[in-house]
Every structure is written in structure tokens, then in C-alpha cells.
Design a protein around this ligand. Structure first.
Ligand code: SIN
Length: 179
């Protein structure tokens, strides 16, 4: 699925941003509304390197990005935010993530809205790409960064997804190996 970048366009209205990783459980920004939400055509994968949160430039950790997959559903949380909040989010997601426009299905309002999502695509220098679940777990177990251990990122994400009623086999398999 081709998304268009939202970076060139200055957003002047409150905008929905879809969170599928740490944006679900680490909400260090103000929002106007928060809703369970789904986007279509993407799946979560621990394929992005983290130099600044769960690892270091010398020893990057692994965090989630979205990888295109036809008809896949990815459940997360959408936040309606003021345009000024993007300064904080762009800084937080600066290690390889870019903002893209995407359609978001809001569960409670039963409505499709146009919003944005941060995706770290394979062209970014911190992208690490696929590995077996065992390799991912081994890598994550030994990684630490300024935001804490890489293991904690996985466990908090797994717990948050459970609370949302989302079953994500990739995340659950990793969690099982890390517990
Ligand atoms: C997100 O949560 O939506 C982006 C990835 C992350 O910050 O973990």
C-alpha cells in the first residue's frame, strides 16, 4: 500500500495519529480524544533498529515498525492531537520513522477518518529487517537504551495489546520467549 508522506504538508487542524507500538502505552503528549482503532494492509514487526530509546548507536535494540501485508488488520490506538504536538512526536520518532497519511477506522465512533502513522520503512539507515523469532528474542534480551530495556518494550506492548483485545502472534511469540 502506498502512503503519501505528510511531512511537507503543515497540518493546521487537529489530526488523528495512529499508534501501534510504544505510542499505545507511553502517552507522553496531550490529546483531545483517544480511541481504539484499526488500519488495514499492515502488520507489526520488530524489524526497526533503535539507537536512541531501547539501544544505542553501537548496539541498537529492536522496536516495531509496520510492514505492508495485503488485507492484514493492525489494531492500535488513535489519538486526536493538536498540530503543535507533532513537534514532540517527530522528535520522539526521529530514529527512522516518517509520518504517512493513512485511513484509520475508529471503533467507538464507527467511522473512517484520514490520519497519520509513523512508519520506519526499509530505506531508513536504522532498519534491521527480518530475523527468526529466536534471533529477535536473543537480540532484544541483551539490548538496553536511554528509555530502558528492550525486553520491557516488548512486554509492555504485549500487555497493552492484550488489554485492547488484540491477538498478535508475532508479539505473543516474542513475549513467550522473553518471559
Ligand atoms: C508507534 O508506536 O506507533 C510507533 C512505533 C513506536 O514508537 O514504538
Amino acid at each position: 500500500m502506498a502512503y503519501t508522506s505528510s511531512e511537507e504538508q503543515s497540518l493546521s487542524q487537529p489530526t488523528w495519529v495512529f499508534g501501534y507500538g510504544s505510542l499505545i502505552y507511553k502517552v507522553d503528549f496531550p490529546f483531545l480524544q483517544r480511541e481504539l482503532a484499526t488500519i488495514i494492509g499492515w502488520q507489526r514487526r520488530f524489524w526497526q533498529g533503535s539507537h536512541d530509546h531501547r539501544g544505542t548507536p553501537e548496539s541498537p535494540g529492536r522496536v516495531v515498525t509496520l510492514v505492508p501485508k495485503k488485507k492484514a488488520l493492525c489494531k492500535g490506538v488513535a489519538y486526536l492531537i493538536e498540530p503543535t504536538v507533532f513537534k514532540h512526536l517527530d522528535h520522539r520518532e526521529k530514529n527512522g520513522y516518517r509520518r504517512f497519511h493513512c485511513p484509520i477506522e475508529l471503533h467507538q465512533q464507527k467511522e473512517n477518518v484520514s490520519g497519520v502513522v509513523y512508519v520506519a520503512s526499509q530505506e531508513n539507515p536504522a532498519f534491521l529487517g527480518p530475523a527468526s523469532i529466536e534471533e529477535l528474542a536473543g537480540h532484544i534480551r541483551k539490548s538496553h537504551g536511554p528509555s530502558g530495556s528492550n525486553r520491557e518494550y516488548v512486554l509492555r506492548l504485549a500487555q497493552s495489546l492484550r488489554e485492547l483485545g488484540e491477538r498478535d502472534p508475532h508479539i505473543e511469540a516474542l513475549e513467550a520467549l522473553l518471559l
